[in-house]
Design a protein around this ligand. Structure first.
Ligand code: ATP
Length: 221
């Protein structure tokens, strides 16, 4: 019988969070509940290698996530990718966390459906599946089905598919999907509203909006 204090899966949620919004927060909250996660560790990317540079600095994005998650005991913040000052490769983060958490702890990488569809373009993506499970959240405008995935990813999705309950039974290697409240919010939309002087209220936490205003972020100049 195991005497480990905590063997429930640890959720890992990476992103540019440029800025963090309620779609991210509901994904993490609903993912934690429906997948039985002990905790969700938020990991803002420093310099994401597979997309254009974020609009604001890693330090601002990290601080906005800190403000957004601060009152939720299920959530914690991992600043290692921001601190690294080099491209943020998920596989390296997972290697670090696997060493920290031990070989047996189930790790669950949380991804929105759009991010999952692009997984096969990530650095050493097949190693990612050896280091963690993947749990994919439905997102408006993106369907999670083998028929809609790129040819490299579709067979992996079919072969590794499992129920959310199965994630606790092994350390890595399964792909589960989960439903969440469908929120058609994106950071792109929030940035565009701010750029055009329009209100982003109710799309992201009030503390984050206050931070954006205090620091004059996402303005045209
Ligand atoms: P951008 O519009 O700048 O591309 P984004 O809103 O997609 O940003 P990211 O920081 O790129 O936000 O996303 C981090 C993770 O959160 C990704 O896995 C993404 O799929 C997921 N995600 C973001 N917004 C939503 C949403 N509204 N519903 C479900 N998943 C989401």
């Amino acid at each position: 019988m195991s005497s480990r204090p905590e063997a429930r899966p640890l959720g890992l949620f990476g992103g540019t969070f440029d800025p963090v919004h309620l779609g991210h927060l509901r994904l993490a909250e609903e993912g934690a509940e429906s997948l039985g996660l002990a905790q969700v560790r938020w990991i803002p990317a420093g310099q994401p290698p597979h997309r254009e540079a974020p609009r604001v600095t890693p330090a601002h994005r990290l601080e906005m996530v800190r403000l957004a998650i601060g009152d939720n005991p299920l959530f914690s913040l991992d600043d290692a990718e921001v601190a690294a000052r080099e491209p943020s490769y998920t596989v390296r983060t997972l290697e670090r966390l696997r060493t920290q958490e031990g070989a047996e702890r189930p790790l669950v990488l949380l991804l929105g459906a759009d991010a999952f569809a692009g997984l096969a373009s990530w650095h050493r993506w097949q190693d990612i599946l050896g280091l963690a499970h993947v749990a994919v959240a439905h997102r408006p405008g993106f369907t999670v089905a083998a028929a809609n995935l790129p040819p490299a990813l579709a067979p992996e999705f079919q072969a590794r598919r499992c129920s959310p309950e199965a994630l606790a039974a092994s350390p890595a290697g399964c792909i589960a999907t989960f439903a969440m409240t469908q929120l058609a919010i994106s950071a792109t939309q929030v940035r565009n509203l701010l750029l055009n002087g329009r209100s982003p209220r109710y799309l992201l936490p009030a503390q984050v909006i206050a931070y954006i205003e205090a620091h004059g972020l996402y303005r045209n100049t």
